[in-house]
Write a protein that binds this ligand. Structure first.
Ligand code: FES
Length: 111
């Protein structure tokens, strides 16, 4: 995990290159408002963005384990869907997800 700082203005923000995010890992974007955003990369090089707070007790999802299209929270092992931010049943809860896209090998985040 490493950290990037951005200023929050509406629109797409270039964050980093896809290669800057470790496979099955994440980078954290420090937003001026609203809390940290974790950018994840899975084994298929898909990119996802969630608030870096587990819906259970605010565990740092950026330090969790990515598998498929889910991340397992490092604190109590809830599984969170990377696309929607929804907890996987039987757990219930949701963390905010953000739109991300890749253009020319660069990761863009919509804030
Ligand atoms: S804080 Fe994530 S599972 Fe408890």
């Amino acid at each position: 995990m490493s950290t990037i700082e951005i200023n929050v203005e509406a629109g797409w923000k270039e964050i980093c290159a896809v290669e800057d995010i470790p496979v099955l890992g994440s980078r954290v974007v420090k937003a001026a408002r609203g809390g940290d955003i974790a950018i994840f990369r899975n084994a298929e090089n898909e990119i996802f963005a969630l608030h870096d707070k587990c819906p259970h007790k605010q565990g740092p999802l950026s330090q969790g384990i990515v598998h498929g299209r889910q991340v397992t929270c490092p604190l109590h092992s809830w599984k969170i869907e990377l696309k929607s931010g929804e907890a996987v049943a039987p757990d219930v809860g949701c963390t905010k997800s953000f739109e991300v896209k890749v253009e020319g090998g660069k990761v863009l985040l919509k804030v």
